[in-house]
Write a protein that binds this ligand. Structure first.
Ligand code: SF4
Length: 271
């Protein structure tokens, strides 16, 4: 699963369209300023379709600014999604600034942006986001315990700092959303996380662990972590993850929906 202290190597990506179709509701296009992610989430669904080893190598688009400028000429101004496949705030972004360049261009052309990240580097770009109409940032969290988080995420920022990012963005007037994702039964403490997020994000989404195929790399990674660190509950957790109608999910869904309704939280549950 890679050494978390290793810095991913940087390579040049083959030329490809930068703006691509986005399957998320409400979006036509998505943009990933980088390909590959040094945050090393071992459950990352992109591992299963990645063209590289994903966390060891980050691909950087050649002539990024020029090509994005050209592509934007043919698109009506709208909100573009950044971060569907790769967190736009890779450690190398502090030097390469491709995400900031993308945001500057989007602002210049009258577009807006919706970003998904686990990094506080997004705070650097508050100035641009504040000037866009209806921009928003989503931050995902899954573990309230740092040691457990480090088992599943090799090189991410701690949960409390991510929640602080949301608070600061909200305070600046940028739209915010939190994802409690992925919920791993018996490991993700959904209710303490929810409590910590209420008031920091305009909307909270809750998602389970995505397993399309039991042979996929992300699922095998999770199985290996369970085997090594949670051998007493591995079988139970696996049984629940693979059965979406398991009473665990039914009960959790009901509880969350009830809390959302009774406490007036914009809570979207996809478990
Ligand atoms: S931050 Fe997102 S894209 Fe990066 S490894 Fe984690 S889940 Fe995958």
């Amino acid at each position: 699963m890679g050494n978390p202290t290793e810095v991913p190597r940087i390579s040049v990506a083959s030329e490809r369209p930068l703006l691509v179709f986005c399957s998320l509701p409400g979006f036509e296009y998505q943009l990933d300023p980088y390909v590959g992610c040094g945050h090393r989430c071992h459950y990352c669904y992109v591992l299963n379709q990645a063209e590289t080893d994903w966390s060891e190598e980050i691909l950087v688009h050649p002539d990024f600014e020029k090509r994005l400028r050209e592509e934007l000429q043919d698109v009506r101004p709208q909100k573009i999604y950044l971060g569907y496949f790769t967190d736009p705030y890779q450690p190398c972004e502090s030097d390469l600034r491709q995400t900031r360049t993308a945001l500057e261009l989007l602002r210049e052309k009258g577009f807006s942006a919706s970003l998904l990240t686990k990094s506080d580097m997004v705070l650097r770009d508050r100035d641009i986001l504040k000037e866009m109409v209806d921009s928003n940032v989503s931050v995902s969290v899954a573990f309230d315990d740092h040691g457990v988080m480090r088992l599943f995420e090799g090189n991410t920022m701690e949960t409390s700092r991510r929640i602080e990012v949301l608070r600061k963005l909200k305070e600046s007037g940028v739209g915010t959303a939190a994802l409690i994702c992925p919920v791993i039964p018996g490991i993700t403490k959904v209710f303490p996380l929810l409590e910590a997020l209420v008031g920091k994000a305009d909307r909270i989404w809750v998602y389970g662990l995505s397993v399309q195929d039991r042979s996929e790399r992300s699922w095998r990674n999770v199985q290996a972590i369970l085997e090594t660190h949670f051998p007493d509950r591995k079988e139970t957790v696996e049984g629940i993850v693979l059965d979406k109608e398991h009473p665990y999910w039914v009960e959790l869904r009901e509880k969350l929906v009830g809390i959302g309704e009774s406490e007036g939280i914009d809570l979207r549950v996809y478990l």
